[in-house]
Design a protein around this ligand. Structure first.
Ligand code: SF4
Length: 300
């Protein structure tokens, strides 16, 4: 696996030896739910714009949300901004190396904490994402797909790691790379697999009994949220409610629900004058703001 990885790994910018733990942290947050091809250009901009956590903390949440663009699931951007504030204030712009301390940071969960400990600090810890769970399900358990995540995932993956720390970290990266590029969910290319044995192949590739619903996006609340956020990102400041209403006309109830959820999530805020703005961009209450003329994006 380690030899295969050294020959086959994709040349990704956050894998170079000069990246900092903060840059790795940003990449891991972005990569949680967004493909590499979409993350890479944004990440390259961010490492220049926000080279250390305090630089991001000095920006407003709205700046970060705007720079997040269309990476999706924008609560990650808000949490990353909070995380930057904690790192700047509590850790003097450093990223802690201990998993327990990492888990205490805003927006850092079980996967991301261990990915940082492993890839930024070379620790022997199990790094378990969806791809790793699928490889383990197939190679070890003979199942086509992984079941629901559980605490056993960490235990099982740790048992596979080489004892030597420097090999374990490369092995963790290799497992993830294998799941991302060879042992893919729909079309595993077993002819390119470096594993010498695989329980799923040995069992004759039994079909999965897990029913997966296709993830449609068109017409969902998620799409409605994205459209409303797009209006606020492009506007550059608070807008009147009508701007949001025009951005999603196909279902007013869905639009209201989407706006409520954005307010609840803290991604959008309402000013004292009843305008809507990205987080941190609303005028302080009592300033009697008025809506400037805004560009209203056409519906797509
Ligand atoms: S042999 Fe095929 S199914 Fe098994 S781990 Fe390798 S790519 Fe996945």
């Amino acid at each position: 696996m380690v030899t295969w990885y050294r020959q086959a790994a994709r040349d990704l910018p956050w894998r170079t030896t000069t990246v900092t733990p903060w840059q790795i942290l940003m990449s891991e947050v972005m990569l949680q739910q967004t493909p590499v091809a979409r993350v890479e250009p944004v990440w390259r901009e961010w490492v220049v714009r926000w080279p250390v956590p305090s630089a991001m903390a000095a920006s407003s949440p709205a700046d970060v949300l705007r720079a997040w663009g269309t990476l999706g699931y924008p609560r990650r951007a808000l949490r990353l901004h909070e995380c930057a504030g904690v790192l700047a204030a509590r850790y003097h712009d450093e990223v802690p190396a201990e998993v327990d301390l990492l888990l205490d940071l805003p927006g850092i969960g079980a996967y991301t904490a261990r990915a940082i400990a492993c890839f930024a600090y070379g620790q022997r810890v199990p790094v378990v994402d969806t791809n790793v769970r699928r490889v383990v399900a197939r190679a070890v358990h003979g199942r086509a797909a992984a079941g629901n995540p559980s605490a056993r995932d960490l235990v099982e993956t740790e048992a596979l790691l080489p004892r030597r720390v420097e090999l374990a970290t490369v092995f963790s990266a290799a497992l993830m790379e294998l799941g991302a590029t060879v042992c893919t969910a729909r079309t595993p290319d077993c002819t390119r697999c470096p594993l010498t044995s695989c329980a799923w192949v040995a069992a004759g590739r039994p079909a999965s009994d897990i029913v997966r619903r296709g993830q449609k996006y068109d017409g969902t609340d998620r799409q409605a949220r994205g459209r409303l956020l797009e209006v606020l990102r492009l506007a550059g400041g608070p807008v009147e409610r009508i701007c949001l209403d025009l951005a999603w006309t196909r279902d007013p109830g869905q639009r209201d629900r989407a706006l409520d959820s954005l307010l609840t999530d803290g991604l959008v805020e309402q000013t004292a004058a009843g305008l809507f703005a990205l987080a941190g961009e609303g005028d302080p209450p009592g300033e009697g703001d008025t809506a400037p003329e805004r560009h209203i994006p056409e519906q797509r």
